[in-house]
Design a protein around this ligand. Structure first.
Ligand code: ADP
Length: 268
């Protein structure tokens, strides 16, 4: 597919002497209109990579391009293309918990006339299936519902790229599948590019079209989940995915399914 994001020799250090890199010499492409998950253990550099792609951090070395254009840093608010990406940060930091769901979402269209603001807000709440929560305070809804509000806030401005940091962390397992299905459907309908970060491969194996495996600031492997699962090119990938493999076998055994092979992951 077409690359939405193209990164070359991307590096970032939080230290002035540049001795320790949170992201080191990483080159990669991210497909347009697909879901890409950056996976790896805690501290491997996933969030830093996401913030470099979004332009929240300025690279120590290398470059990130969005459709050929260098990604502007967030300080440069007026650069065209700034609105092309939206970030849903971890832990609902951006939500106003004392305001209701409707106001949290509608407030993202400050310079829009009332009629259009109402229509757009109603439309996106309905698309994420939280229109019945419009009058509820964010403080009074569940983690999964808050995540849907955060996604509405990001999508109401129709970005081309949606970035999400650990989007399923505070979502109950029972709500995770329906949220993932909704994200998949929206990607299919709109051609949205999704990039998300997860420390837990099990939660993204069936969701992502592509996986990027990180360890100690470096990208070790990148491919579709099926290839990485059945035929990883790096031993670390096998080790990382083995955890989810074991989980799936255990789940299968709990259900009385006996099989030599792990349950196949979703494939088109
Ligand atoms: P992950 O998202 O995979 O958990 P991070 O990108 O948050 O990893 O962190 C990568 C590395 O950078 C870690 O060693 C972490 O301790 C370090 N780091 C992250 N944020 C900061 C910061 N604000 N200042 C200094 N070091 C940081």
């Amino acid at each position: 597919g077409l690359a939405a994001i193209h990164a070359e020799h991307l590096s970032f250090s939080f230290h002035e002497n540049n001795m320790q890199f949170a992201v080191e010499n990483s080159s990669f492409d991210i497909d347009e209109g697909k879901i890409t998950a950056i996976i790896g253990e805690s501290g491997s550099g996933k969030s830093t990579l996401l913030r470099l792609i979004y332009g929240l951090l300025e690279p120590t070395g290398g470059i990130v391009r969005y459709k050929g254009w260098q990604v502007p840093t967030r300080k440069d608010k007026l650069i065209p293309g700034h609105g092309a990406m939206k970030l849903v940060s971890q832990g609902f930091d951006d939500l106003n918990t004392y305001a209701n769901v409707w106001d949290n979402v509608a407030s993202q269209l400050p310079n829009t006339d009332i009629k259009r603001k109402q229509d757009k807000t109603a439309e996106i709440l309905q698309r994420l299936r939280i229109d019945h929560l419009a009058k509820k305070r964010v403080a009074d809804i569940s983690g999964g519902e808050k995540q849907r509000v955060a996604i509405c806030r990001a999508l109401i401005n129709e970005p081309e790229v949606l970035l999400m940091d650990e989007p399923f962390n505070q979502v109950d397992a029972s709500f995770r599948d329906t949220l993932q299905q909704d994200i998949k459907d929206i990607v299919k309908e709109t051609g949205l590019t999704v990039i998300l970060v997860s420390h837990d491969p099990t939660e993204v194996l069936a969701l992502a079209d592509n996986l990027i495996v990180m360890k100690s600031g470096k990208i070790l492997d990148q491919n579709n989940p099926h290839v990485l699962y059945s035929n990883p090119s790096h031993p670390y990938t096998a080790q990382l995915l083995a955890k989810s493999n074991i989980l799936q076998v255990e789940q299968a055994q709990n259900l009385g399914i006996t099989s030599e092979k792990p349950i196949a992951i979703h494939q088109e």
